[in-house]
Structure formats: structure tokens, C-alpha cells
Design a protein around this ligand. Structure first.
Ligand SMILES: NC(=O)c1ccc[n+]([C@@H]2O[C@H](COP(=O)([O-])OP(=O)(O)OC[C@H]3O[C@@H](n4cnc5c(N)ncnc54)[C@H](OP(=O)(O)O)[C@@H]3O)[C@@H](O)[C@H]2O)c1
Length: 275
């Protein structure tokens, strides 16, 4: 999918000249970076591995003639978040896209506590700290946009991805509230809540997705929704899955998600009675 010229102009004029994109080396963050570059925004790209960020930066510079700055830091550490913030202090940033994140799966009590805490830091604490910092900058300049990567798992508890879904519930709730708080200040906040998307996510979470969207199917709908909606369900599969559950009570959704996630994690967990 590609953005229309009018949409590119809107993004550049409302949210340029610089955008900060976390998780920019892979999957949804990479697609959002590509689309923003095509709209002519200059980019600060963040992820941990510089060897994956460097070729992305080179390709975006060559293809779109934009300026790109790489900040290879781990946002699970407060020093990594601070380095990202410091490296943008001289730039006119109008957009923050927070796509750095990961999931885990399987039985909660068999998980590694340190990995679960790390996920809470990346998916939660870093999002809090970066939103707080750039939110203040954007309010001071009376313009800006913040895109937070929530998920369709944010809308109910999800057995076998319990902590991951809880981190996304945090993100969804934060975005919904800030969308209203910051709107009068000229700042747009968007929760993007995709269903399954084929990316590096699946392997890191040790899940097996039977059906999934591509990052190219979700990037443009997310950017189109910025400034127009507070939550976007990007891609047809996301809409089908979320709307199909719309009339189901929350306890029922948890049961259904248990079956769905159970299927995605069966290969790596011990089946329990009553599952
Ligand atoms: N894929 C899905 O099905 C799906 C569905 C709904 C929501 N989401 C959400 O969408 C976001 C993007 O996921 P994705 O599917 O694009 O996954 P992905 O392909 O694995 O990309 C994750 C990105 O985050 C970076 N990252 C991971 N840990 C980091 C850390 N500690 N510090 C800095 N950067 C870090 C990765 O680069 P490095 O490894 O080099 O750090 C990579 O660039 C996540 O928040 C995810 O929860 C995904």
C-alpha cells in the first residue's frame, strides 16, 4: 500500500520535519519508517542492533533523499531511553512512533521472570518515558503526533500470552486517555492495535501464526488514522477478528483468546487439562 500525495503532504506539514521511530529495523516500525520517508519526513531510527539499522538508513537516504540519524540503543534500559532523547535535542521533532516491542508466549509460571520484566520495560516503561518527554516537547510547540503500538490482545486477557497482553492493555489505555488530554494542546495520539502481523515478532515470541497480515497492509492505515481517530484496527484481518468478538462479553473473549493463543503456542507448551 502507498500513501496518496495529499496524505504525504498532510503528514509532512502536520508532523514534520523530523520523526523518531523506535523498532525501526523490522516489521511494522520498518514499514512506518519507509512510509514516512516516502512522505519526506527526516527520520531518527532506533533499535538495538546497528547492523540492522545501518542498511535501512542507507536505503532511505538513497531512495527518498531524506536525512536519517541512527540511535542504536536498548530502550529496556533507562540509559538507552535517555540516549535516544539526548540524540534528538537539536532536532525539530514532530512525530514519535513507538514500535519497539516484543511478546512472549506459553504458560505464565513457566516463563523466565527476567524476560517478562524486560518485556514490561520495553513495552511499558520505555513507552511511558518517551511519551512523557516528547509529549512535553510537542505541547510546547503546539503540534505533534504520537503513535503507540497496542494490539488486538489489549482488549481482554489472553491466556498463554498473559503478560504480553497486559503490557498492551497498558499501552491502549494510556493512548486512549492521552488522545483526549493532548488534543486541545495540538497533539494527536493514536493507538494502533493490529491483529497478527508477519514480522520478527513471531519468532521472538515463539508463536506460530496460521494467518497474518503483512507490515505493508498495516503501515498506511495507521498513518492515515493519525489525527483522525484515537484507535485504529489496521488491516482487514484485524477488523474481522475484533468485530467478530464485538458482542461477546469480556469473559467470553478471554475464553476464545485462550483457544486462539492455545493454537499458536501448542508446539511449545505442555498441554494442561481443561485447556
Ligand atoms: N507482529 C504482530 O503480530 C503484532 C501485532 C500487534 C502488535 N504488535 C506490536 O507491534 C510492535 C512492532 O512489532 P513487530 O511485529 O514489528 O516486531 P519485530 O519485527 O520483531 O520488530 C521489533 C522491533 O523492535 C526493536 N526492538 C526490540 N527490542 C528492543 C529494545 N529493547 N530496544 C530497542 N529496540 C528494540 C527490534 O530491533 P532489535 O531487535 O535490533 O532491537 C525491531 O526493530 C511491537 O510493539 C508489537 O508488540 C505486533
Amino acid at each position: 500500500m502507498v500513501l496518496k500525495t495529499s496524505e504525504k503532504n498532510r503528514l509532512r506539514e502536520q508532523y514534520g520535519p523530523w520523526a523518531v521511530v523506535t523498532g525501526a529495523s523490522s516489521g511494522i516500525g520498518l514499514e512506518l519508517a519507509q512510509q514516512l520517508a516516502s512522505a519526506g519526513l527526516h527520520l531518527v531510527l532506533n533499535a538495538r542492533q546497528i547492523e540492522r539499522l545501518a542498511p535501512v538508513a542507507e536505503q532511505l537516504r538513497d531512495t527518498y533523499g531524506i536525512d536519517v540519524r541512527i540511535v542504536a540503543t536498548d530502550v529496556s534500559e533507562s540509559v538507552g531511553v535517555q540516549q535516544l532523547i539526548d540524540s534528538t535535542s537539536d532536532l525539530s521533532v514532530g512525530l514519535l512512533v513507538q514500535s519497539a516491542g516484543f511478546g512472549t508466549s506459553g504458560l505464565f509460571l513457566q516463563s523466565s521472570l527476567s524476560e517478562e520484566i524486560n518485556m514490561l520495560r520495553v513495552n511499558g516503561e520505555a513507552v511511558l518515558a518517551l511519551t512523557h518527554h516528547y509529549g512535553q516537547r510537542f505541547v510546547a510547540q503546539h503540534r505533534g503526533g504520537i503513535i503507540l503500538l497496542s494490539s488486538m490482545v489489549a482488549f481482554q486477557g489472553v491466556p498463554y500470552a498473559a503478560n504480553y497482553a497486559a503490557t498492551k492493555a497498558y499501552v491502549q489505555s494510556l493512548a486512549e486517555a492521552l488522545a483526549l488530554e493532548l488534543k486541545p494542546e495540538g497533539v494527536d495520539v493514536l493507538a494502533a492495535a493490529p491483529g497478527p502481523v508477519r514480522s520478527g515478532f513471531e519468532q521472538r515470541a515463539n508463536m506460530a501464526m496460521n494467518m497474518a497480515l503483512t507490515p505493508e497492509q498495516v503501515g498506511v492505515p495507521i498513518l492515515r488514522a493519525l489525527g483522525r481517530q484515537t484507535t485504529v484496527l489496521p488491516g482487514w484481518l484485524t477488523k474481522v477478528l475484533v468485530y467478530a468478538l464485538r458482542t461477546v462479553p469480556r469473559w467470553g473473549k478471554v475464553r476464545i483468546m485462550q483457544q486462539v493463543m492455545g493454537g499458536m503456542t501448542q508446539h511449545q507448551r505442555q498441554l494442561q487439562p481443561n485447556v
